[in-house]
Design a protein around this ligand. Structure first.
Ligand code: ADP
Length: 180
């Protein structure tokens, strides 16, 4: 083989399993998040998608609703669990046996913030790795805020979010909630 040979993988050697934690606000879940979840579910033996209860943020959707949206959209995926947490992400990663924290990158604008969080988490828990998956090009414009903005003004979000989330957005803005 040009450039040298590769040692064949020893047959029968047990591969260890690896779990990842995908934390976020998911307010609401978009096709960008879902694409990441689908791809990560093929990379890891277990994936915990966890909604962060952030007391500093007033979400558009209550925690239980966001969990239901994610459960509904990921029911077809093997090895994906849905949970919520508060407090430090690294502590929750430890509690669910995850060795990897998964995050997504859309544009350069995500990078600075994500790198800062990754470095902070590394300083708190050196055994944990943060892994970034690049967004699918056709989802690179998608964020929960953009989706809410479009839905608020009656725009079509069918290509941005799963059908269940689109229905929730319609209900939310028909009732014109004051805090959104
Ligand atoms: P946050 O956790 O900052 O509140 P979100 O809940 O919106 O943000 O997103 C969780 C993670 O998913 C973040 O790492 C974010 O960069 C990533 N993400 C969000 N939208 C997309 C997308 N369209 N494509 C890829 N990754 C995304």
């Amino acid at each position: 083989m040009p450039g040298g040979s590769v040692t064949p993988y020893p047959p029968g050697l047990l591969q260890r399993s690896m779990r990842a934690l995908y934390p976020g606000s998911f307010d609401p879940l978009t096709f960008g998040h879902l694409d990441l979840i689908e791809r990560a579910s093929r990379l890891f033996d277990g994936l915990v998608v966890a909604v962060l209860q952030n007391p500093g943020k007033q979400p558009a959707f209550p925690l239980e609703r966001r969990l239901e949206q994610i459960r509904g959209a990921t029911a077809h995926l093997e090895g994906v669990e849905v949970a919520s947490f508060d407090g430090l992400t690294v502590e929750f990663a430890g509690a669910c046996g995850a060795e990897v924290i998964l995050r997504g990158l859309r544009a350069l604008s995500d990078f600075e913030f994500e790198l800062q969080i990754a470095h902070t988490n590394k300083s708190l828990a050196p055994h944990l790795e943060t892994l970034f998956l690049a967004t699918a090009v056709h989802h690179s414009f998608l964020s929960s805020s953009v989706v809410k903005e479009v839905a608020r003004f009656g725009g079509d979000v069918a290509h941005m979010v799963p059908a269940g989330v689109a229905r929730d957005l319609e209900k939310l803005f028909n009732r014109s909630s004051p805090h959104v």
